[in-house]
Unconditional design. Structure first.
Lengths: 313, 268
């Protein structure tokens, strides 16, 4: 009885009596959600452009963060380390095209997926080989102070807010890039029909390098935000897997789906933790996203924005 | 069907493409068997033949989807049987497909804009942006795309995702995408298949207008004989991958081998 009360009654009473706490949770949730959206966008762009589920996205986050930290440990100033790391991520996308994608044209999805698993190990290995495997502190100078809103009724953190703003800017730029620019149009064309795209003279190679570069930059940003919070360590590669439920929610091929899916999961897990966490003994955050994704798989497998899949018989 | 199109208005010019002894096999199937022919500037050349004769395979070799195992193809003096598809596009070859290959999720306008892809000369870096020189260039190409849309009379569906359009209109949009590239050589794989009489009539008119107004060389695959006889300057007949006949529509019509092939007389 008490348990049921804690699940079905108490949280809603709390929300009603202290709406500022709810607002705070939602804001914090949005700021984490933006990062999920960003990483999910990295997945979606690659999936659309090459039909490839990029298992290595998480490893790319780790690799980017390790490179950045490594350079800073060697004494490079933040701006230089950032530029060089970006350069490394661009070089990585060229390498991926040159050594991997080019040989996998027209292969089945599963084979492409296996190739990205391979890439995953290469990146994890290379990152640790170069920069060692102990946990490293990352601080690129984003201020980390408590921040009062509405006379302290809502408590946020400057770091979260900054990260959210940067993430939001990137997400919006990516959406504009995809929908409005010539390059974005070419990319959508490739996603829609490879052959037709080739016949109008869209070079696949350029498109691939572009999406992998975008995924690399996205990985770098995620690596900085998450790495600053919890230290740069192996588990960074796993946070990226949080994007998986986002993809199930948003649909693998939908740009708006990735954005909104990320926000829903971010907000959902913070609110769930805040109100239902005590009833379950905490740490709901860690599995909430997956439960939500499971529910979606059962009731709406095409995702929020996917077209309804009707099997042709 | 429009009557009596002849080559009078256009000057059929020099040879711009030479196909020499091209052979292509898929496993045991010989899709093309020692096929040779020339294509002359500004002409409308029809390729006809029964199902499975190798017509589409021929177009696929020309624009680099397939690479023939034997023989060679020269286009504007360059060898192109080993070239890649997007290079064909760069050399001014545009095409449509037998099974419409449009970007189904994108609007008519966007589809046609992809045809302008190669005309966008600004550096790729700019293409990724939505301001400055990129925006200006985008607007110029938009104007060009609108011309194509006017030409094909598809203003009403500019913003419609092409996946929702009826078949006949999709074929027209696909032609539009090819035209947007301002090609020198246009490959049309059964542009009228599955169309009703009026739609066919329109399509014939567009094809003739393109040829007349822009001097575009056209290679056309078509099953409707009345259309073929009406609009083509020359006809090539394929059967079981071999070239059976070549000549003006009248010459081909009277050719006994061709009549046999079409009536299904058994091969020895
Ligand atoms: N990619 C391919 N793989 C295997 N066989 C192929 C391939 N493309 C064509 N073929 C075979 O080559 C032969 C010629 O096919 P093609 O499509 O060129 O014929 P077509 O003249 O265009 O016929 P249709 O009028 O039906 O379109 C057929 O036997 C076909 O099965
Ligand atoms: Mg065919």
């Amino acid at each position: 009885m008490e348990f049921l009360h804690a699940i079905f009654v108490a949280p809603f009473v709390d929300m009603w009596t202290d709406p500022f706490f709810l607002a705070e949770l939602i804001l914090v949730g949005l700021s984490t959600g933006v990062m999920y959206s960003l990483v999910a966008l990295g997945f979606v762009l690659i999936f659309k452009a090459s039909g490839m589920f990029n298992f290595a996205q998480g490893a790319m986050v780790l690799f980017a963060a390790l490179t950045l930290v490594g350079l800073m440990e060697k004494g490079a100033p933040v701006w230089l380390a950032l530029i060089v790391t970006m350069g490394v991520m661009v070089a990585l996308s060229f390498a991926v095209e040159r050594c991997m994608l080019r040989y996998l044209v027209n292969q089945e999805g599963l084979i492409l997926f296996m190739a990205t698993i391979g890439l995953n190990f290469v990146l994890e290995g290379a990152g640790q080989l170069m920069w060692g495997s102990d946990v490293k502190r990352l601080d690129i100078g984003i201020p980390d102070r408590p921040m009062d809103i509405l006379d302290g009724k809502i408590l946020l953190n400057t770091f979260d807010v900054t990260a959210a703003v940067i993430g939001a800017i990137l997400v919006i730029s990516l959406a504009v890039f995809f929908q409005k620019t010539a390059m974005g149009r070419a990319l959508r064309a490739v996603a829609d029909d490879h052959q037709a795209a080739l016949s109008v003279g869209i070079p696949l190679k350029t498109i691939w390098i572009t999406v992998w570069t975008i995924a690399g930059i996205v990985a770098l940003v995620a690596g900085i935000v998450w790495g600053s919070k919890s230290g740069v360590q192996f588990s960074l590669a796993l946070i990226a897997l949080k994007a998986l439920p986002v993809l199930i929610l948003g649909g693998f091929t939908s740009v708006p789906g990735a954005i909104i899916g990320g926000l829903i999961i971010g907000v959902g897990e913070k609110v769930a933790e805040g109100y239902w966490g005590p009833a379950f003994g905490g740490a709901i955050e860690n599995w909430f996203a997956y439960i939500l994704a499971l529910a979606f798989l059962v009731f709406r497998p095409q995702g929020l924005f996917g077209e309804k899949i009707i099997e042709r018989v | 069907m429009p009557e009596g199109h002849t080559a009078q208005h256009r000057q059929v010019g020099d040879v711009i493409m030479k196909v020499e002894d091209v052979s292509l096999s898929f496993g045991g199937v010989r899709a093309l068997d020692n096929v040779s022919f020339d294509v002359r500037e500004h002409e409308i050349l029809a390729i006809i033949g029964p199902n499975g004769a190798g017509k589409s395979s021929m177009l696929n070799c020309i624009n680099g989807f397939y690479h023939p195992q034997e023989g060679s193809i020269y286009y504007k003096g360059n060898r192109r049987d080993t070239a890649k598809t997007f290079e064909a596009a760069e050399e001014g070859i545009a095409r449509t497909f037998q099974n419409i290959a449009l970007f189904k999720g994108m609007s008519t306008l966007d589809n046609i804009m992809t045809g302008r892809n190669l005309k966008m000369k600004k550096h790729l870096f700019w293409q990724a942006l939505y301001f400055g020189p990129a925006l200006k260039e985008e607007m110029e190409h938009r104007a060009k795309a609108e011309e194509v849309i006017d030409f094909l009379e598809i203003e009403a569906i500019r913003k419609t995702p092409v996946g929702r359009l009826p078949y006949g209109l999709q074929k027209r949009v696909e032609l539009g995408r090819a035209l947007a590239a301002e090609p020198d050589l246009l490959l049309l794989d059964e542009p009228m298949a599955g169309m009703n009489y009026e739609e066919k009539e329109d399509m014939v008119r567009y094809i003739l207008d393109v040829n007349d107004e822009f001097g575009t060389t056209i290679i056309l695959i078509e099953h409707d004989m009345s259309v073929v006889m009406d609009i083509s300057d020359r006809v090539i007949v394929l059967d079981y991958g071999k070239k059976l006949a070549e000549g003006t529509p009248d010459e081909v019509k009277g050719n006994q081998d061709v009549i046999d092939a079409y009536l299904g007389v058994s091969h020895d």
